[in-house]
Design a protein around this ligand. Sequence first.
Ligand code: HQG
Length: 178
Amino acid sequence: MKDLKGISKFLSLVLRHKPEEIGVVMDANGWVAVDELIEKCSVKKVSLDFDTLEEVVISSDKQRFAFSDDYSKIRANQGHTVSVDLGLEEKEPSDFLYHGTVEKFLESIKADGLQKMQRLHVHLSKDIETAVKVGSRRGKPVILKIHAAAMHKDGYTFYLSKNGVWLCEQVPVKYIEF
Ligand code: HQG
């Protein structure tokens, strides 16, 4: 059986954080040529062919990756730490969005609000269930309720990624319900 999850994690590393890990070129919009990706994955002994890559893209639980229309390029839908312009769609959020985190960050979040840390955006979830999954990556999840519509009304911009993750620059403390 192919290790689709392992490949997906490796692709997340390359397509969001470290294209240099295997020496692929990423354009300003986050795209990497599929042929080059497949070829250079072998450098790290990750054996990949087009069919497997397509399987990873289709089976990704969070739809982490997308092909260009002609399947010649691939990119991550969100989660980057490298600076890319994804042409994100600005969107008005519903009343509340959620953020899954853990206890140890609360004091700092209470002081500074939610910050994007290493990534390009603060990531917010449309429902509590998704936020629980995000928080659980780090331990016992703590869910923060974000007064998103109020923020938007006050002039903050929200984006919705292709795979349904809400993104913004920051969330000031006054919009966070702890
Ligand atoms: C915390 C996954 C201290 C924040 C998920 C989080 C998501 C602060 C951590 C995506 C802080 C950053 C992103 C402050 C925020 N002081 N800590 N002022 N502001 N934090 O991984 O949201 O599976 O960059 O609470 O599903 O956890 O990779 O962000 O705990 O969509 O596809 O700093 O990653 O997607 O951590 O996760 P991250 P995140 P994938």
